[in-house]
Structure formats: structure tokens, C-alpha cells
Write a protein of this length. Structure first.
Length: 625
């Protein structure tokens, strides 16, 4: 590490801490100020903050590896999360969520099911889910940033006593970065998070552009084409995925065969199936929901969500594709000769490229950018998770009346506790991939069915929500534990075969079990009070099966109208997914010098942008607030 790069990183850390602490005084007015910035922050700052929070190191390292191995088809792997849930939020969910005018996703549930026993049961399980999800994501970041910093930085920070390693070097690095980030996040709440994330976003964009320029200038078209094939650049696929690598790189084809996604058609179909229901279910109660609730109005919530999509994907994939281009030319030949190539090798492509193939100055800025990516995502979760502990559990059930300063102190304690639990969980993580699977299968799998039904079915009640969430989480967690212990089962046993199935293919089972819990919990218990349903339907105005509630409201107000925008919203979502995909493919094709496909991607981006201007943006401008 050159001293210039070290200086750049040190200046970034000092600047971030300074900005975070400088704005922290504005967070001391109460919980609304601490967790939502007093709903006073402008939508474009929140959009930059939201985009910055999604630009994390662990995810970037994973995307680099997936793009390297699978080529341009890899953009569809993002549908596992699913990444296009941001389009659904932009098109209609941001408005639905913001109209509630509350502080957390858990508190929002009370407006849907009421504040009786069933409502409180559903409210409590969402709060628990949000806290567990936050801890899981912190563990994910802990694992990712530790591995990244160890490979990049030259110093061994292992903590050894009497020959016994108490802390490995990667764990020490992770502790150090997490400690610094936790300081300003806890001190300043949402104000510090947004201020630092806007700064961090700008650093990441500059770093990504410089890496892309360097990769474009230093690597020739011939060098790239000597490694990749025409199939590597092809987004179209058949039911079965055949590796696109030539004979010299046959080891990569073998890695694809062992990855679990060879039945690519089924994988994409399942990702879209899961993605639709997960997207309509809405964002999990985490930092992106907090950004929506922090906006000044319903109109600005929609603007912010659309702006997040626009500013995130092109700069992020300029960085990712720049790194991959360098890896294809400089790392692929030696990696293909490895006798034991594994998925773990894909996770360290990013730090290896930075370590050996990025020049002085750009390396320091890129490291500062990736460090910013980690700190912004981490701080966003540290700000969102404790809101559920303090506002939805402590304040509601233990101390409903207290001074604002008391709740701020409770928020500080809750934040430290969440970070500590997340770091502890990170110690037991085998890899980034294992935590990714846990988040996408167990957490998302248990969340989808109940949260899908809450929008569209009037009869769905609090007990249905509680049992739907609980049953889905239990079966999804069992599946994940089986997968993690697949090496311990007797070969050819039922448990062995079940544990070998990738999580995405088991989503229908998790979904059906969760639906069963939702329906039984609903139909075996009384319906939610009509007054609660009326207030929710008038305020949020979702589409779906709300006819009995609509009939009552129509009798009270002959001018009351249903939301009949389902078809229009779904068409906008389809166009939005194409729009989002074009923003991912555009920088990839540009960086690998496939100019005909670059122009096609640019054309698709422009046309879909124009369509969304008339079908979505003009509609948003008509919102009353």
C-alpha cells in the first residue's frame, strides 16, 4: 500500500466522522428526529442516501464474482433478492407506505390490523423480524468487510495470546471499521446517516468512474475477446445453462456445473415467481422503508424511490464491470489452472484486482469508495433496526411515557446491542454466500406470503399475519439449517437429497406453508374491525379484493372511488424492470467493448425512460401531497 493511498483513506475516514458528528446535534429532539430526520430531509438527499446504502462491499464482491463466471446473464441473479422490488416501490408501494404517516414498518401494521390482541401479535412479529434481519445483515457486512480489508491492507492485525488466535486479522479489521461507523451513526441518527451517505455516494461514483476509465484504457479489445466468448455476452438462455468458457478455461465451466443453477430456465422462472410476490409484499422493515417514511410527502416518497433506481445501477456496474474486465485479462488464466477452484475464489476477485492491478491514487480512492459503501450500508441498518426495539417494543410495552432524551439514550443502547449481536453472528459465518442464502431464503421466504396478502385481501387479519409469518420463518429456517449441514447427512438419505436443493427452488414450499398459516390463522379467527379496515383503505388506497369495505364506504360517500390501477401499475413495473436491466447491461457492454449491444441497451434505456415519464412520473406529479 503506497503512502498516497493510505493518506486518501485516512482523509476519507476523518471527513466522514467529522460530517457525521457535525450534523448529529439535530437528532436530539426526539425519536421522530432521530430515526426519520424529523421528516424534513429533501427527497433527492434521501435518494442519494438510499442508493448509497445499497452499494455495499459484500454485495459488490459477490456481483463481481457472478459477472466474471456467468457473463451478462448474471444480471438476472439479482432477481433472487429481488432487485426489482425497487421498481414496485417506485411505481406504487412508496405512496402506499408513506400515506400511513408513522415511524416504522411494525407500527404501520397496527394501522392495517388495529391495536387489539391480533394486531399486537402481528406488530410484534414484524418488530422481531426487523431486528433479526438487521442482525443478519450486520453479520453479512462483518464477514464481507473483514475478508476485503485483510487482502487489501498489508498489516496483520491478528490478536494472539500464548499462541492462540483470539481474533483473526480480518475480524480485527471488521471490528475497527464497524466501531468507527457505529460512533457517528449512534450519535446522529438519520441526519448523520444521510449526510455521510451523500458524501460516500459521491466518493463511490468518482472511484467507479476512475476504475472504469483505467480498465478501458489499459486493457485492449483483443485481450478481452481472447478470454470471453460470444455466449458470455449473450443474455438469452435455454432451460439448461452450458458454460460459455473455452477449452483453456474449462475449470470455470466445471464451477458453473457445481454452483446449483445449471437448470437456468427453472432458476429464472422461480426468481421471477418469487420476485413478484416478494416485490408486492413490499420492502422488509429496514433502511429503505425508513427512507420512504422519512420523506416530507407522498409525492416525494415516489420521487425518492424512482431517483434511487436512476442513480444506483449505472455507476455501480461501471465499477463492477471495470473490475471484471481487469480480472478476465489478469486473473482468469491463473485461476483456470487451479486444481481446486471454488466459489470462495470468486469472492476474492475484487480485492485481488485492487491489490495488484489498480494504480496508486486510484487504488486509494477506490478503497475509500468501497469503505464508504460498507459504512453507508452498515449505518443505514444500524439506524433502522433499533427503531423497532425502542419505538415498537420498549416504548409501546414497557415505558410509554418518558422524556425525548430518555428514548434517545435507549436508542443508543439498542444500537450497540444490535451491532454486538450482528458481529457475534458474523463470527460463525463460513462465507458471504452462506449469509446471502440465509437472508434470501429464510428471511425473505418467511416474509413474502403474509405481507403480500396484507395489501390485497380485506379479510386477512392480525392472527393470519402472525401465523403466516411464523410458519414461513420456521420452515425457511429449517431448510437453511439442513443446507448448512448437508455434509453431515448420510448419502442417499431423504435429508441428504433435500439439503442439496438450492434455496430458490424450495421457495414454493416455503410460500405454500406460509400461505396455509395465513389462511388458517385468518379464517379460524374473527375479521378485523370494519372501522380499522375503512380507515386503512381510505388512507392507503391499495388495489385488490376490498369489495365489502368499498361497499360500506360507498354508502357513506357516493363519490368514493376504488383504486383501479392494478393493470397500469403492473405494466409500469414490467417497463421499469426493463429500464432497470438496461442500466445494468449498459455499462457492462460498454466496458467489454460490445458496442452494438451498448447502443441497444442505451436505446432501451431512453425509450423506457420516456414511457415511464408519461405513464408514471406524470401520475406522481398529480399527487395532492
Amino acid at each position: 500500500m503506497h503512502h498516497i493511498d493510505i493518506l486518501i483513506i485516512a482523509l476519507y475516514i476523518v471527513l466522514t466522522l467529522g460530517v457525521g458528528i457535525w450534523v448529529s446535534k439535530r437528532a436530539s429532539k426526539g425519536l421522530n428526529s432521530y430515526f426519520l430526520g424529523g421528516k424534513s430531509i429533501k427527497w433527492y438527499y434521501l435518494g442519494l442516501s438510499n442508493g448509497s446504502g445499497m452499494f455495499d462491499i459484500s454485495g459488490t464482491a459477490w456481483m463481481v464474482g457472478i459477472l466474471f463466471l456467468y457473463g451478462t446473464k448474471s444480471f438476472m441473479f439479482m432477481w433472487m433478492w429481488p432487485v426489482f422490488n425497487q421498481i414496485f416501490i417506485m411505481v406504487f408501494l412508496a405512496a402506499w407506505i408513506r400515506r400511513s404517516n408513522i415511524m416504522t414498518g411494525s407500527e404501520w401494521i397496527l394501522t392495517r390490523f388495529g391495536d387489539d390482541k391480533s394486531g399486537r401479535a402481528s406488530h410484534l412479529i414484524v418488530a422481531i423480524f426487523a431486528i433479526v434481519a438487521t442482525i443478519g445483515f450486520i453479520a453479512y457486512f462483518f464477514e464481507g468487510v473483514g475478508k476485503f480489508m485483510t487482502i487489501i491492507l498489508p498489516w496483520d492485525l491478528a490478536f494472539v495470546i500464548n499462541g492462540e488466535v483470539l481474533l483473526s486479522s480480518d475480524q480485527s479489521y471488521a471490528f475497527l471499521i464497524i466501531f468507527l461507523t457505529t460512533l457517528y451513526t449512534i450519535k446522529g441518527g438519520m441526519f448523520s446517516v444521510v449526510a455521510t451517505e451523500v458524501l460516500q455516494y459521491l466518493i463511490m461514483v468518482v472511484a467507479g468512474i476512475l476504475v472504469a476509465i483505467y480498465a478501458f484504457v489499459s486493457v485492449t479489445d483483443v485481450e478481452i475477446n481472447n478470454v470471453i466468448s460470444t455466449e458470455w455476452t449473450n443474455i438469452f438462455f435455454s432451460n439448461q445453462l452450458n458454460g460459455s468458457w473455452g477449452e483453456k478455461y474449462e475449470a470455470f465451466n466445471g464451477l458453473i456445473d457445481s454452483h446449483g443453477y445449471k437448470m437456468f430456465g427453472a432458476f429464472i422462472g422461480m426468481s421471477l415467481f418469487k420476485g413478484f410476490f416478494a416485490s408486492v409484499a413490499g420492502p422488509i422493515p429496514s433502511f429503505d422503508m425508513q427512507r420512504i417514511l422519512s420523506t416530507r410527502s407522498v409525492k416525494e416518497a415516489a420521487y425518492m424511490s424512482g431517483f434511487t433506481n436512476l442513480i444506483l445501477f449505472i455507476p455501480r456496474y461501471l465499477l463492477i464491470s471495470g473490475i471484471v474486465v481487469l480480472a478476465l485479462v489478469y486473473l482468469a488464466p491463473s485461476m483456470a489452472m487451479s486444481s481446486e477452484l471454488s466459489l470462495g475464489d470468486l469472492e476474492i476477485i475484487l480485492p485481488k484486482v485492487i491489490n495488484h492491478h489498480i494504480p496508486v491514487g486510484i487504488k486509494g480512492l477506490l478503497l475509500a469508495g468501497l469503505l464508504a459503501a460498507f459504512m453507508s450500508t452498515f449505518s443505514a441498518f444500524v439506524n433502522s433496526g433499533p427503531a423497532y426495539i425502542v419505538n415498537d417494543i420498549y416504548k409501546k410495552y414497557f415505558k410509554p411515557i418518558a422524556e425525548p432524551k430518555h428514548y434517545i439514550k435507549a436508542s443508543h443502547i439498542a444500537s450497540f446491542a444490535v451491532v454486538l449481536l450482528g458481529v457475534t453472528m458474523g463470527f460463525f459465518a463460513d462465507s458471504i454466500n452462506s449469509i446471502t442464502l440465509w437472508i434470501t431464503s429464510a428471511l425473505y421466504g418467511g416474509y413474502v406470503a403474509a405481507n403480500f396478502l396484507k395489501w390485497i385481501w380485506w379479510r386477512f387479519n392480525g392472527w393470519g399475519y402472525f401465523w403466516g409469518m411464523a410458519s414461513g420463518l420456521v420452515i425457511a429456517t429449517v431448510q437453511f439449517l439442513l443446507y448448512q449441514n448437508k455434509g453431515n447427512f448420510e448419502i442417499d438419505s431423504n435429508l441428504f437429497y433435500f439439503s442439496q436443493i438450492p434455496a430458490i427452488y424450495l421457495f414454493p414450499i416455503i410460500f405454500i406453508v406460509s400461505l396455509l398459516g395465513s389462511f388458517l390463522g385468518t379464517l379460524l379467527t374473527p375479521a378485523t374491525k370494519m372501522e380499522t379496515l375503512k380507515n386503512f383503505y381510505v388512507n392507503v388506497r391499495p388495489w385488490g379484493w376490498w369489495h365489502p369495505v368499498y361497499v360500506v364506504l360507498k354508502k357513506e360517500d357516493k363519490n368514493f372511488k376504488k383504486n383501479r390501477d392494478f393493470t397500469k401499475d403492473m405494466l409500469n413495473c414490467a417497463i421499469g424492470i426493463i429500464w432497470q436491466s438496461s442500466m445494468i447491461l449498459l455499462p457492462i457492454y460498454f466496458m467489454i467493448r460490445d458496442y452494438p449491444k451498448t447502443w441497444i441497451a442505451l436505446g432501451v434505456f431512453i425509450i423506457s425512460s420516456i414511457i415511464l415519464k408519461y405513464t408514471w412520473l406524470d401520475k406522481v406529479r398529480k399527487y395532492s401531497n
